[in-house]
Design a protein around this ligand. Structure first.
Ligand SMILES: C[S@@+](CC[C@H](N)C(=O)[O-])C[C@H]1O[C@@H](n2cnc3c(N)ncnc32)[C@H](O)[C@@H]1O
Length: 283
């Protein structure tokens, strides 16, 4: 990196670290690249910033130090092979959800002789649906979102992709698909209401409450997903649902105690944290 840019981003990274930002170096570089109209690797060859760009960078670093999400400041979030437009009113897609989306792509790709039917419940920005539609263009992908602003972001991200996006409650969604779906995917809200204080400011103050909280035990939406997935799936179809790392037993139990699922499994991420469950509707 150029010497003058190096000093600029080191100062910014120190401000972000002092404010408690988890990845200060990465965020300082991302914001600098955003302001200079380049990428992080492109910073090596970037022209010196203009006074206006310096002012813009200072403003963005100040907002990030106040714990506005990085993705709200740049306006985009990377998710697997796609970029989503994000901002106020929609949940920022997280890297951990890429695992669930990848599992869904693999299961859908196993469907032989016809287009796999995939449903993304609680689509938010449309991240999972867009990843599946992009990686498996033959798939017939459907998505639903209840929040009005989030639905508008999803409509923007899914425009022209062929994904069937609906606005409404997952509980009543896709009656026309009952019994005909191969793969149901969902990253539902799963934080217990009383855990409000423990949530990082980026999420607590900027992700919609509807995207985060789910009753006293954090599993209210999970129970709805269990019922809806049982209604939508073909016999032998599969469901994958993300949950909190502390729900590695309680979330799969919602499915194993319902009496209509086989192969109920929990999956961990590379750091060994429990991340999502999968199950197959009994034939
Ligand atoms: C944790 S966010 C996940 C968003 C997206 N799938 C992702 O992984 O980035 C949960 C989403 O579910 C939506 N939601 C909550 N309850 C819902 C319901 N009953 N029906 C449909 N969507 C719901 C929220 O508005 C939010 O966008």
């Amino acid at each position: 990196m150029r010497a003058d840019l190096g000093e600029l981003r080191r100062t910014a990274a120190r401000r972000l670290a002092d404010a408690g930002v988890a990845s200060p170096d990465f965020d300082a570089d991302e914001l600098l690249a955003h302001v200079l109209g380049t990428t992080r690797p492109g910073l090596v060859l970037a022209e010196p910033p203009t006074p206006l760009q310096l002012q813009r960078y200072d403003e963005l670093v100040t907002r990030r130090a106040a714990r506005e999400p990085l993705q709200h400041l740049t306006g985009t979030a990377a998710f697997r092979h796609v970029e989503l437009a994000v901002g106020p009113g929609v949940f920022v897609p997280r890297p951990e959800t890429e695992l669930l989306a990848g599992w869904g792509v693999e299961r859908a790709a196993e469907v032989q002789g016809r287009a796999p039917v995939v449903v993304d419940l609680c689509t938010g920005s449309g991240a999972i649906a867009l990843a599946v539609a992009t990686e498996l263009p033959t798939a017939d992908v459907h998505a639903v979102e209840l929040g009005e602003p989030a639905h508008e972001w999803a409509a923007r991200n899914l425009a022209g992709t062929g994904v069937d996006l609906r606005h409404g409650d997952m509980e009543d969604a896709f009656r026309d698909l009952d019994g005909g779906v191969d793969v149901v995917l969902c990253n539902p809200p799963y934080i217990p209401l009383d855990a409000f204080e423990s949530v990082e400011p980026e999420a607590r103050d900027h992700d919609p409450d509807l995207a985060l909280f789910s009753g006293d035990d954090g599993l209210v939406a999970m129970r709805v997903v269990e019922t809806v997935a049982a209604r939508l799936l073909r016999p032998g179809g599969v469901v994958g649902v993300e949950h909190a790392d502390v729900q590695g037993e309680s979330a799969p139990a919602v499915f194993s105690t319902a009496g209509r699922w086989s192969d109920v499994r929990d999956h961990r991420d590379l750091a060994g944290r429990s991340r999502y469950l999968t199950a197959r509707l009994a034939r």
